[in-house]
Design a binder for this molecule. Structure first.
Ligand code: BGC
Length: 348
């Protein structure tokens, strides 16, 4: 009994200690936009977990407007935030705010997207971006049985925003898997658009991806020929490609990849319109970042598991990479419903 009491007392004291360390500390969280589902979830999760840990939170969304994000981060610094967490709209555009943070000794954590060209970035927390791409590429390779089938199969590619450092990792991860088959002629790209700069989607917007896909369909597939696979780096671009195909394509429905498990895309997976997505549980990333914030503010060693990959052209930023998970129609219920990420109603 005495032992139990001591244990409870120790637990209560350690909790009091955590919250008293957090007390009076303010954390700024700068998210790129409310337009995409994932950033709303990321922002909400961060806020909830940080507040539960006892921090005051200044959460801002920047409407995908670089200047707005710059102003918001500058205000966070001037308003006394002790740590700032940033998911950048454009990785290289926050230089002056980052310089100011450094001058004032405020640690900055790059969230999901790396902050580029700055030595003021203390840590980076993300999902393994290259692995996201390899999961997409491997899905196409296996679904088309590229090692055994004769082919050739028609492929088109839609990648992400050139201003987002992640976009090249997604692209490269997938291309490293698919390129041998492209070079061997088993995969052909009728549009000829292969280089990252040709297939990128500035702002990651659905409409931008859709317009480019419309153009490709009109120019190269209006003769009724099939597309076998359309590699899309994420769900917002996959949605654009899906919309374009629904409007302007009569051939067999292609394999379409994605990333994020956004609600509209999970619905499309259930309806057989999108083949797969990559699940990046924003709760996992948010929890990791909240842990990092605590470690920084308590002067403890900060958890990282990659100290070589993420060179931002000034420094190699110590990173924590969470593991992305493959999702399709067969495992979405377990991944997304059983874990409480979505309710069944949300996917109706
Ligand atoms: C994120 C993806 C997201 C994309 C568009 C990337 O930086 O890692 O999860 O789909 O931005 O918002």
């Amino acid at each position: 009994m005495k032992k139990l009491l001591c244990l409870v007392l120790a637990l209560v004291m350690s909790l009091m200690c955590v919250s008293s360390l957090a007390e009076g500390k303010k954390v700024g969280v700068s998210m790129p936009t409310k337009d995409l589902q994932r950033w709303n979830q990321d922002g909400e999760n961060m806020q909830k977990l940080l507040e539960e840990a006892g921090y005051e939170v200044d959460l801002q969304f920047a409407s995908n407007d670089v200047q707005q994000q710059l102003n918001q981060v500058t205000n966070m610094i001037n308003n006394g935030c002790d740590v700032i967490v940033i998911a950048a709209i454009e990785g290289s555009s926050l230089g002056s705010a980052l310089d100011l943070a450094k001058e004032k000794g405020i640690p900055v954590i790059a969230y999901d997207r790396l902050l580029m060209e700055s030595d003021a970035v203390s840590y980076y927390a993300t999902f393994d971006n290259y692995m996201v791409g390899t999961k997409q590429g491997t899905y196409i390779k296996e679904a088309l049985d590229l090692d055994n089938a004769a082919g050739p199969f028609a492929l088109e590619i839609t990648a992400g925003d050139p201003g987002d450092n992640n976009a090249r990792y997604f692209y490269q991860g997938a291309i490293d898997v698919l390129n041998p088959y492209i070079e061997a002629g088993k995969l052909t790209i009728k549009s000829g658009q292969f280089e990252f700069s040709d297939v990128a989607t500035p702002t990651w917007k659905t409409e931008v991806a859709q317009t480019r896909a419309d153009g490709i369909l009109a120019s190269y597939y209006s003769d009724g020929s099939n597309i076998d696979a359309w590699l899309c780096s994420n769900d917002s671009t996959a949605l654009g490609v899906t919309n374009a195909l629904e409007a302007n394509y009569d051939g067999e429905w292609p394999i379409i990849t994605g990333q994020d498990c956004d609600i509209s895309n999970v619905k499309n997976m259930i309806a057989g319109k999108q083949s797969m997505s990559v699940f990046k549980d924003t709760r996992t990333l948010a929890a990791q970042v909240v842990k990092m914030v605590g470690q920084i503010l308590n002067g403890e060693t900060v958890d990282v598991n990659d100290t070589t990959t993420y060179d931002n052209n000034k420094i190699v930023v110590p990173s924590f990479l969470c593991e992305p998970v493959f999702a399709d129609v067969n495992n979405y219920a377990e991944l997304l419903l059983d874990s409480g990420y979505y309710t069944a109603d949300q996917l109706q």
